[in-house]
Design a protein around this ligand. Structure first.
Ligand code: SF4
Ligand code: SF4
Length: 351
């Protein structure tokens, strides 16, 4: 489990356990959820549509055997049901905002009853943007509920009437793989529900989503030219575990994700010019597009690399990158090549 999230979860539980620190515990819980939700936002805003229904770990044991879309649906359906049916006893977000139709979900359940190909087929049907909007709304409404809780509320328990009520909603399938959920939730007090599903459940599924997206990036990069349009090497980039490269749809490089339509200006420009990379462009030295924007402290190091490729080719460049990483410990290439592109080129040529 991610150390930071595990630590926050542990601290939160210790804080809510005492009346005097209860409110701090709720604050810690909200901070943890914010950090986890940021990861979901990052995935939704940077990954292509197909990423949400692919199952790179199909057949494996564990949450990572699902899809990204299923994970988001499952986390927030469970939260919506527990927060609104059990704790607040009001209307679920799914039904209050016409989300179901917008998401195009064929079910209203948590999805526990689905398996293998059913999960992939289900995920394919979902409108991910609307699903994300639903997730945001559920998270917000849960936070309102959590902040209104008092310390004595933690001991509140649920009886037979709640079990019957949850069954009547039809939000939990009566298939064996799902029906147990009702007894599981109703066997807890509010404090137990804060752990599952409001904190630990998020951690487990968001971590699984991380594994899925990292694997999708690795798969996307297989057999793809590892030299980026701007002159960086994907094989040597500190983001290589999380980015599928700018030559695939899985480009999560920050210069792509902050650009219109998530398209990096260097990649767009090279494609428009029909060239392999900026090293083939006569404007390289003076260009200030995308990664070469003067405010980027890595601009000249990337240019030095593009200049090296222009002189010596990509094969030699990748070898030099290997040497550079054998010789020095660094994350960003400008830490070694500096800010002067001629000097950077000299360092590369002498390496
Ligand atoms: S800045 Fe653009 S060209 Fe360079 S690695 Fe990132 S996406 Fe690719
Ligand atoms: S103009 Fe700039 S971004 Fe476009 S190909 Fe030339 S060097 Fe690359």
């Amino acid at each position: 489990m991610d150390k930071n999230w595990a630590e926050m979860c542990k601290e939160m539980q210790a804080l809510i356990a005492k009346e005097v620190t209860f409110k701090d515990g709720i604050e810690k819980l909200l901070a943890l959820r914010k950090s986890l939700f940021e990861q979901i936002t990052q995935i939704v805003s940077t990954f292509p549509e197909e990423a949400f229904y692919r199952m790179p770990f199909a057949g494996a044991e564990g949450y990572h055997s699902k899809t990204l879309a299923y994970s988001v649906w499952h986390i927030f359906r469970i939260e919506d049901i527990v927060a609104h049916e059990m704790i607040a006893e009001d209307r679920q977000v799914l039904f209050s905002g016409n989300f179901r139709a917008a998401i195009h979900s064929p079910v209203i359940t948590t999805g526990n009853e689905l398996s293998g190909d059913e999960i992939a087929a289900f995920s394919r049907q979902l409108n991910v943007k609307e699903l994300y909007r639903y997730a945001q709304e559920v998270a917000r409404s849960t936070e309102r509920i959590l902040t209104s809780l008092t310390y004595p509320d933690l001991k509140r328990r649920f009886g037979e009437d709640m079990i019957e009520k949850l069954k009547r909603t039809g939000c939990v399938s009566d298939a064996e793989s799902a029906a147990w959920l009702i007894g599981y939730w109703c066997g807890k007090d509010v404090r137990g529900l804060i752990r599952m599903p409001f904190s630990r459940h998020w951690i487990m599924h968001v971590e699984a989503m991380r594994r899925i997206k990292n694997k999708l990036c690795l798969q996307a990069r297989k057999g793809v030219d590892p030299v980026a349009f701007c002159g960086l090497s994907c094989n040597h980039c500190f983001l290589s575990e999380w980015c599928g490269s700018c030559r695939t749809a899985y480009n999560t490089c920050s210069f792509a994700t902050v650009s219109p339509d998530r398209k990096c200006p260097n990649a767009v420009c090279c494609r428009e010019k029909g060239i392999d990379g900026c090293w083939e462009c006569e404007l390289l030295e003076t260009c200030d597009k995308g990664f070469y924007v003067p405010s980027n402290d890595g601009a000249n190091a990337a240019k030095a690399q593009a200049m090296y490729i222009r002189k010596h080719g990509k094969k030699a460049f990748l070898k030099v990158q290997d040497h550079l990483h054998e010789r020095y410990e660094f994350a960003k290439v400008q830490e070694i090549l500096g800010q002067d592109r001629q000097e950077g080129l000299r360092i590369l040529e002498e390496c």
